[in-house]
Design a protein. Structure first.
Length: 455
C-alpha cells in the first residue's frame, strides 16, 4: 500500500538548522524538536515533537513525530493501534514521522502537509540516529536533496524529547470549565482573488458531534454576529459580509471549512483539506490558535487565502452536543450471536444467510425533482441533480429515506456550501455528498448492499 501511495504523491523536503546532539554536560535540555517541511515550494515550520514506544515492522520500536500543531495523547493512542496492526498512522499536519528500532537503527520516515501525504520511505540516502538517555530520546535524521524526478525531496531534523514508554501517555488536557472572561479577537489576513476582507469578529460554539467526537464550529466575519442565534448558518449566506466558518474537533483537526468571500465568483464554497490549525488549544474555557492555508489555495479556479490568529470563549460541552455513549448491551448481544451461529462441516464458518429485503438501487428514495439520474452499477454509485439548494435537498432526501426505513449513522454535516450524510438500512449503507451546482444542487451517492440487477 505504501508503495502505491508513493507513486502518485509528491515528494517533500525537510530542512532545519543544525543543533548540537548528545550533549554530555549533564544539563537536561528543554524539549527540542525543530524542522521545516517544504512541499511544492512552501515551508511548513515544525515546532512540536513527541517520541513514543510502538510497533515498527512487527517488532518493538520507537517513533518520533515532529509537527506544526500540538500532538495529543489521543492521536498517539490511535497511532499505536494502527502501527500494532501494521497499518500506517497519520497526525495533524504538517508533520514528519521517523521510525527507529529499540537499538536506534533508522527504519524510515513519512510526512504530510495540506491535502498531500507521503507514505513511508526507507533506504536510499536517508540516514538517522537515536539514543535513549535518562528517559529521553536524542537524535537526528537527514537525507540529501534528491533532484531526480518531478519534485526534490530531502530531510534534516533534530530532536531531544522525553520518551513515552509502552502504556504511558501524555498528561491529560486541562478541564474546560465555564466560558472564560476573555474578549474574542481575531487578527490576520483573509483574501479572495487577492482582495483582503477584514475579519473583525469571531465566536466559538459547540455543534452536533461528527465522527462520534465532540465538535466545535468557529465563525469569523466582517460584521458583528454575536447576537445571531444561528451565526454559522447566516454567515454562510453573507449576512455578516465576508465570512469563514470552520468545523473541527477538540484537538484542532478540521473536518469542515466554508468560505464566503465577496471577491470570489463562487461566493460560498467548501474547501476542506486546504486549511490547517497551528497551536490550537481548547482549555480553561477558551479556544485559541492559528488558522492558515499556508499561502493562496486554488478552488474552482479561484484563489483564497487565510492566516489568522484568534481567541474566543467556549465553556463546557452541553449534553445535547455530547456524543452518545457506546451501546455496550447491543454489542454484547451481537457478540453472543456471533458465537452461536450455525456452522457447516466444511468451512466451520457461519452459514450464509439470504439477504433480507434487499433494496434495488433504482428503487432508492430520491427528491421529487431528481433529474439526470446516472446509475453506475460497476462501482455501485449514482448521482442526480436538483433545482433546490443544498440544505433543502438534504431535508427532503433525509425525510424520504427515513420513510423508506433508512436510519442516520452519526451526525450529518450540512452547510450551504456542501453536505455529507450517512444512512443505514439492514446490511445496506449510503454515503451521500451534496454540493451547489448551476443554481441548484448535485447529489452523489456511494452505496453498499443494494441490488444492482436490471429492472
Amino acid at each position: 500500500m505504501a508503495n502505491k501511495f508513493i507513486t502518485f504523491l509528491v515528494a517533500m523536503a525537510v530542512s532545519c538548522g543544525s543543533a548540537t546532539l548528545f550533549a554530555q554536560d549533564g544539563t537536561k535540555p528543554a524539549n527540542v524538536g525543530e524542522g521545516t517541511l517544504m512541499l511544492k515550494g512552501k515551508n511548513y515550520p515544525l515546532k512540536n515533537a513527541v517520541a513514543y514506544e510502538t510497533t515498527v515492522d512487527g517488532e518493538e520500536g520507537i517513533a518520533v513525530v515532529l509537527s506544526g500543531p500540538t500532538i495529543s495523547s489521543e492521536k498517539i493512542n490511535e497511532a499505536r493501534k494502527s502501527e500494532k496492526n501494521g497499518e500506517p498512522s497519520d497526525f495533524r499536519r504538517p508533520y514528519v514521522k521517523l521510525e527507529f528500532t529499540k537499538a536506534g537503527e533508522f527504519k524510515g520516515w513519512a510526512a504530510g502537509a495540506g491535502d498531500i501525504s507521503l507514505g513511508r520511505r526507507r533506504g536510499g540516502n536517508a540516514t538517522g540516529e537515536l539514543k535513549v538517555q535518562d528517559g529521553r530520546v536524542i537524535g537526528k535524521a537527514s537525507q540529501p536533496n534528491e533532484t531526480e524526478g518531478m519534485f526534490p525531496s530531502g530531510l534534516d531534523v533534530h530532536f531531544d524529547v522525553p520518551l513515552l514508554r509502552a502504556g504511558e501517555s501524555l498528561p491529560p488536557s486541562k478541564k474546560p470549565g465555564p466560558a472564560a472572561n476573555v474578549k474574542p479577537s481575531v487578527t490576520g489576513v483573509f483574501k479572495g482573488n487577492g482582495k483582503d476582507a477584514k475579519l473583525a469578529h469571531v465566536s466559538a460554539h459547540w455543534r452536533e458531534p461528527f465522527g462520534d467526537k465532540p465538535s466545535i464550529v468557529l465563525v469569523f466575519s466582517e460584521k458583528d454576529h454575536s447576537k445571531d442565534k444561528k451565526p454559522d448558518f447566516n454567515a454562510g449566506f453573507g449576512r455578516f459580509g465576508s465570512a469563514l466558518i470552520v468545523s473541527l474537533h477538540e484537538d484542532g483537526n478540521i473536518f469542515g471549512c466554508e468560505v464566503a468571500h465577496t471577491a470570489l465568483k463562487h461566493q460560498n464554497f467548501s474547501s476542506i483539506g486546504k486549511i490547517n490549525t497551528n497551536d490550537f488549544e481548547y482549555a480553561d474555557g477558551q479556544v485559541k490558535g492559528e488558522l492558515t492555508t499556508d499561502g493562496a489555495a486554488d478552488v474552482f479556479g479561484e484563489m483564497w487565502e487565510v492566516n489568522v490568529k484568534f481567541v474566543a470563549p467556549l465553556g463546557e460541552n452541553p449534553k445535547e452536543f455530547q456524543p452518545a455513549a457506546p451501546k455496550e448491551a447491543e454489542q454484547e448481544i451481537t457478540d453472543k450471536q456471533a458465537t452461536t451461529e450455525p456452522t457447516t462441516e466444511l468451512s466451520e464458518k457461519g452459514a450464509p444467510k439470504p439477504a433480507k429485503d434487499q433494496l434495488n438501487a433504482k428503487d432508492l428514495a430520491l427528491t421529487k425533482d431528481a433529474a439526470d439520474v446516472d446509475y453506475k452499477a460497476l462501482v455501485e454509485q449514482f448521482g442526480f441533480k436538483s433545482k433546490a439548494n443544498v440544505k433543502s435537498v438534504c431535508a427532503e432526501l433525509s425525510a424520504n429515506l427515513k420513510t423508506q426505513g433508512w436510519t442516520k449513522q452519526g451526525s450529518d454535516l450540512i452547510t450551504p456550501a456542501s453536505a455529507i450524510l450517512k444512512r443505514k438500512r439492514g446490511d445496506a449503507e449510503l454515503t451521500i455528498f451534496v454540493k451547489p451546482e448551476s443554481g441548484g444542487s448535485e447529489v452523489k451517492m456511494m452505496t453498499e448492499g443494494l441490488a444492482w440487477d436490471e429492472k
